[in-house]
Design a protein around this ligand. Sequence first.
Ligand SMILES: C[S@@+](CC[C@H](N)C(=O)[O-])C[C@H]1O[C@@H](n2cnc3c(N)ncnc32)[C@H](O)[C@@H]1O
Length: 322
Amino acid sequence: MPVNSSDHWSEYWAQGRLTSLPQDFAANYDGEVAEFWSEVFEKVPEGGHVLDLCTGNGAVALLAAAYFNSMGRKVAITAVDAAKMDMAAVAQQFPVQSGLASQVDFVADCPVENLQFPDQSADLVTSQYGVEYCDWEPAARQVFRVLKPAGRFQMVCHTPSSDMLAYMNREHAEYARLEELGFFSAVDDYVDGRTGHEALKNAFSTISSRLEPEFSSNGSALFGSVLGLLRNALDMTGQQLDSNREALQAYRFQMQAGRDRLADMLRVNQALDDDPDWTGVFVRAGLEQVRQGQIRYRGQHNAGQYYEFRKPQEPADQHQDG
Ligand SMILES: C[S@@+](CC[C@H](N)C(=O)[O-])C[C@H]1O[C@@H](n2cnc3c(N)ncnc32)[C@H](O)[C@@H]1O
């Protein structure tokens, strides 16, 4: 069962990213994914309430705000995450989103397993690459609890076979390669004062000569970023390096958070792979499954699996609390 540590996600959202897949969706979900959500939003009535779970920096919530604006429909949107979102950072990178963000009520440090919202308060609960990260059983009970009778739960999940998984596995191997080359230990030793700038430069020079040809053949963004850092550092005097120790430490922290995030995503994908019927938790919590299918992005990439669940009009008594 995936259990999340939210610090590495907070670090990620503080970079102003809008989605967890910036290589495909830099400025929010578009194409078939955005179309899917528009169809979902269409059924929310005037005066309704949408609750987006595991929202990150609010990708789906912002799509909802844009959709309801375009329809001139007044709908309350709440977006929650166990981590901290950073809408100021989003506004800096995507100024067009800041007006939309002001229409969403964001709630940070809010685990889905412990939602502080009234029973039967949402017409629609949404999640994209979200609920699968939670502790499934309590999360499903919360989704059931907060939905109004006949309310719907719509999610788009990772699929173990998705192209994204192949991408993540590649990046995971790249982090391991950097470790093998001694990049992390060289930085840690220097930052923690165990070695000086001479030793750091020697290590960086060796790592750089090994990494260059690998980067030329695979074009890895991670390797490209590290090579940029190595080149800068090698151009510096010892004194300049010493005065950049904190910046190097910050880079190291970001790398570690990136690696932890990736490990989190791979763990979730493994959990879904191990239990292909995991979505049964929502049915056991009292919801009815209406439909499921695959979203093909740009007609080709497998962007994930969508599921629609509906809360019965008159839920059976035994399912009512969570
Ligand atoms: C892959 S990201 C997806 C974010 C966003 N929905 C998107 O599509 O960009 C997963 C998010 O789930 C959040 N998360 C993980 N476990 C959670 C939990 N138990 N409760 C609330 N949020 C959680 C993480 O903090 C992270 O922001």
